[in-house]
Ligand binder design. Structure first.
Ligand code: EPU
Length: 336
């Protein structure tokens, strides 16, 4: 059923939990309904924005258009031969419910991505990642609807042009397609990835299984990151900046303790959290917005923040980091 609400607060629909008003909030249960909506005057005459779990959005003001949300959340598995199983999940499935489904079914590949807020559709646009795994590593293909022609199109993994926290859907094709489902390829015999941070140390002598890895990841995340149901935030506010080798060498000679990781094309990925922390970001606040005390990369809605507070704090952080390190931070969060 198509469900249209008018003039509602988006507070429950985005994880910053600010009281933003939307002119319309529209949900649908099938691809046919999505197509019907796209062809309707409601979407032709108004601007629209498709959201998932709202966990990577910063509404800077009320939204005078249609906010769309998928309620499609079925999941089914398909044979993938001796070693693999395909799982097709619909866009509105809560991401962590999908991870729990795979872990319960004994399928490996997404256990390190446990407890990430958001939904399946957005995960494929954003290329979510954590603890040494990115969702692109397990995506076979992405099912979409073209918002202009209403044609269905399936993008292979290669056609999605995945890179760190990005895809073709955030670049050249931004706004052109709506993801309806994602087909993942998972392993019957899991291959565990425990090199990131202290996952292996925390596991200690416990047997390594999909469940134990999932539990460790959940523990580590909950130690560092705020629970969006309790404290509003959008997870990491900035992406980790990628700089050229020369720039990195100059920085390293001045700041020998600076963490860095190899990145695409021989470049170097720096730790945004470390840069913010060491540029004096810890404890900074503007109005009701604050740098999260356990992880400097997260901005929290600590005390009824207004969007302007978050924007001003983000700008202040960018300025501190740029002035000290000559490194530009780019928001991971989408400003609407
Ligand atoms: N650090 C500090 N100060 C802090 C926090 C961290 O100096 O306040 C330094 C430490 O040296 C730490 C390093 O930063 O070892 C890295 O911290 P962390 O392991 O938390 O990783 P991150 O680079 O800050 C990224 C992702 C997270 C993901 C973690 C774990 C991005 C933008 N963020 O954070 O993803 O959970 O790695 O894999 O890549 C998200 O995207 O919303 C998100 C939470």
């Amino acid at each position: 059923m198509i469900d249209i609400k008018e003039n509602i607060s988006l507070k429950p629909y985005h994880t910053f939990h600010m009281d933003i008003q939307a002119r319309y909030f529209v949900e649908y249960d099938t691809v046919a309904e999505l197509k019907e909506l796209l062809a309707s005057s409601l979407l032709k005459d108004n601007k629209f924005l498709h959201i998932g779990g709202g966990s990577n959005l910063l509404f800077t003001k009320d939204y005078d258009g249609v906010v769309l949300h998928s309620r499609m959340n079925s999941v089914r598995r398909m044979d993938g031969g001796n070693d693999f199983v395909y799982v097709v999940a619909e866009s509105g499935m809560v991401w962590d419910d999908f991870v729990a489904y795979c872990v319960d079914a004994g399928l490996g590949g997404v256990e390190n991505l446990s407890n990430i807020p958001g939904e399946v559709g957005a995960s494929a646009i954003q290329n979510i990642g954590a603890y040494g795994v990115e969702v692109k590593d397990v995506i076979d293909s992405v099912f979409c609807i073209d918002v202009e022609t209403l044609q269905e199109r399936v993008f292979s993994n290669a056609e999605c042009s995945y890179s760190y926290r990005s895809s073709i859907f955030k670049q050249e094709l931004r706004g052109r397609y709506i993801v309806t489902a994602v087909k993942y390829v998972l392993r019957k015999k899991p291959e565990f990835r425990l090199e990131y941070g202290n996952l292996r140390t925390i596991l200690g002598d416990a047997p390594i299984s999909l469940e134990s890895v999932r539990n460790v990841v959940i523990t580590v995340r909950s130690r560092k990151l705020p629970d969006p149901d309790i404290v509003g935030s959008a997870g990491s506010f900035f992406v980790n900046p990628i700089v050229g080798r020369e720039h990195y060498s100059r920085l390293l000679s001045e700041y020998p303790g600076m963490p860095a990781y190899p990145a695409e094309e021989g470049k170097v990925k720096l730790s945004a959290a470390w840069l913010i922390d060491n540029a004096g970001g810890h404890g900074k606040r503007v109005g009701g917005a604050a740098v999260y005390h356990k992880q400097c990369l997260v901005i929290v809605n600590e005390n009824d923040a207004f969007p302007e507070d978050v924007v001003a704090l983000a700008e202040l952080i960018r300025k501190c980091v740029f002035e000290k390190y000559n490194v530009e931070l780019t928001p991971e969060v989408n400003f609407i």
